[in-house]
Design a protein around this ligand. Structure first.
Ligand SMILES: NC(=O)c1ccc[n+]([C@@H]2O[C@H](COP(=O)([O-])OP(=O)(O)OC[C@H]3O[C@@H](n4cnc5c(N)ncnc54)[C@H](OP(=O)(O)O)[C@@H]3O)[C@@H](O)[C@H]2O)c1
Length: 266
């Protein structure tokens, strides 16, 4: 494990660091000696995590409380990124999902989902890349989902936002060849966080083996980054499912999912 001295001056910004996968990224990167900027709406949670990580690992941790669906707050985070000459990693992790028949969902919430999962991720990446390219080092991890791999009846907007994340990240990977800057679209499957509860998804019927812990997702992501994986699905079972889903013709996969969902929502 790298010491603070070996990593001195390296900084990572993690969005959605107040819980789940983002909190695990923050913990793991602090343990590796990264200074951190933690972003989310819940300031108290961020400050408590910052205090803990500073005293435990001797790293510098700043808190930027921001609702990334709001233009002014997003600008504040963009400016912090642009001004940071030591930013080595951006983890675009903040995101949420909605579930239900699209025609019945609240359009304002669907819009916020796109603002957070797509627009904020795009803007923060755009803020980070020029500096990273100039310094010839850096990495952007865009937290996507296995939901990106096929259209999602009852998660239409969510799946579409994550399809954007994968396409965007893959395109950037090609643009960034030879610059020293890496990008990854991280596609977790079911992960034990607050995500399902916030999305009103009842996943209690899922067997234990279908779930990953956020710490394992993060560890796999960073290993994947070292290995140069661009679209990275963590976990053996998830990789098997991803290969299966993407090898079935898309109209067939779509139809199977749609039929299954109609049985459940009947
Ligand atoms: N858990 C899963 O099964 C799963 C599977 C695939 C992909 N993912 C993806 O993983 C990422 C992290 O989710 P998670 O599973 O860790 O869920 P989570 O525990 O609900 O964490 C979501 C994080 O995003 C932050 N956030 C939400 N709305 C925000 C906003 N408007 N502005 C700023 N921050 C906001 C939340 O903090 P505040 O409430 O404090 O703002 C929280 O820190 C998401 O992009 C999600 O799509 C999760």
């Amino acid at each position: 494990m790298a010491t603070k001295n070996a990593m001195a001056g390296r900084r990572a910004l993690v969005s959605g660091a107040s819980s789940g996968i983002g909190e695990s990224f923050a913990r793991r990167l602090a343990r590796s000696g990264y200074d951190l900027i933690l972003v989310a709406r819940n300031k108290e949670r961020l400050e408590s995590l910052a205090d803990e990580l500073q005293s435990r690992h001797g790293v510098e941790v700043k808190v930027l409380a921001a609702d990334l669906t709001k233009t002014q707050a997003l600008r504040k985070v963009e400016r912090a990124i642009e001004a940071d000459e030591h930013l080595e990693m951006l983890v675009n992790n903040a995101g949420f999902g909605t579930m239900g028949r699209f025609a019945e969902l609240d359009p304002a919430v669907e819009e916020d989902e796109i603002r957070l999962n797509v627009l904020a991720l795009m803007r923060l990446t755009r803020a980070a890349l020029p500096g990273m390219i100039q310094r010839r080092r850096g990495a952007v991890i865009n937290v996507s989902s296995m939901a990106a791999l096929q259209p999602g009846p009852t998660t239409a907007t969510y799946s579409a936002t994550k399809a954007y994340v994968n396409s965007f990240t893959e395109a950037l990977h090609e643009e960034l060849r030879g610059t020293g800057v890496q990008v990854q679209a991280l596609c977790p499957g079911f992960t034990r966080t607050e995500f399902q509860e916030r999305a009103n998804i009842d996943a209690s019927g899922l067997p234990d083996f279908a779930w990953m812990d956020p710490e394992d997702v993060v560890e796999a992501s960073l290993a994947g980054l070292n290995g140069g994986d661009v679209v990275y699905v963590p976990g053996l079972l998830n990789r098997f499912l991803a290969t299966t889903v993407t090898s079935i013709p898309r109209p067939v996969a779509r139809r199977i999912l749609g039929t299954a969902v109609r049985q459940v929502l009947r």
